[in-house]
Unconditional design. Structure first.
Length: 284
């Protein structure tokens, strides 16, 4: 069994605690901007636009991530709405962050008459790798885990971080007839599964953009992300319990994954049914 971090915080600056989740987001944004700049140049895009757009995309992404988290975990905020906007802040949702970031990118590209789909394509590898990095914040927070397991890579989850289905013996929230899960139980590391699969998706997206660039149409790599991540998320959600954000009893995160995959397939089909446009210049 692999132990979980004792604290979600990476380090302290005076009274301010810097969480690992925040460190992961910062690293993902920095690396993502560098990688997107490299790929944008290869696709004939103006690299200088990245610096201009980054602030809007990041702010829109953070707002989207926060809004989705609040909706998903509404029971934490319904009795005190001030916790949504007042510190200390905790909780960002990846779906909301991606959607918000894409909205910010769409607004910027429309305003500056830039090709949104081409920019989205060159940003997809960075998005994949950013997801892979940021998911390790879930490990520090002892969240995004599945059912108990005997596998050697199972992770320890403290009793204080257990969802209702896996409460420890003696927990005051146990209901009559519920079988507690031993305090020393190990759990499926869903964060690691998602991190690994999104990292693999990033490698495949890089291959598409660097080895098959002349065969691509704008939006193909975005369609690949929608299909790949949608299926990954929908599959892994089957191993989670204790959902608050559901639709007719089905976790919304799972539904969004399936919708994303379907949207990716539609985009791919429509992309290749229209007349072939002139390919963008590829700089080697």
């Amino acid at each position: 069994m692999i132990p979980s971090p004792a604290s979600p915080d990476a380090f302290q600056i005076g009274p301010l605690a810097i969480p690992w989740y925040g460190v992961g987001y910062a690293v993902a944004i920095g690396f993502g901007a560098w990688l997107t700049a490299r790929l944008a140049g290869r696709r004939g895009l103006d690299v200088a636009k990245i610096g201009d757009a980054l602030f809007l995309v990041v702010i829109a992404g953070l707002i989207g991530a926060r809004v989705y988290h609040v909706i998903d975990q509404w029971q934490l905020y319904k009795d005190d709405w001030s916790r949504i906007i007042l510190p200390p802040y905790s909780g960002l949702a990846l779906y909301g962050g991606v959607f918000g970031g894409m909205v910010g990118a769409f607004i910027y590209t429309r305003r500056h008459h830039e090709p949104f789909l081409r920019w989205a394509d060159v940003a997809i590898p960075a998005l994949f790798f950013g997801q892979a990095i940021a998911r390790w914040g879930n490990y520090a927070n002892q969240e995004l885990y599945g059912p108990p397991t005997n596998l050697p890579w199972g992770i320890a989850i403290d009793c204080a971080h257990r969802v209702a289905a896996y409460l420890c013996p003696g927990d005051a929230n146990l209901v009559a007839g519920q079988v507690p899960v031993p305090a020393d139980a190990a759990f499926q590391p869903l964060f690691f599964y998602e991190s690994s699969l999104t990292f693999l998706g990033g490698l495949l997206a890089l291959y598409l953009l660097t080895r098959l660039a002349t065969r691509l149409r704008d939006g193909d790599v975005l369609a690949f992300w929608l299909i790949w991540y949608g299926l990954v998320r929908a599959t892994l959600e089957t191993l989670r319990l204790s959902y608050d954000f559901t639709f007719f009893g089905v976790p919304v995160a799972m539904l969004l994954g399936l919708v994303a995959s379907a949207a990716g397939l539609v985009l791919l089909v429509l992309n290749h049914r229209r007349p072939q446009p002139p390919p963008p210049p590829v700089v080697t």
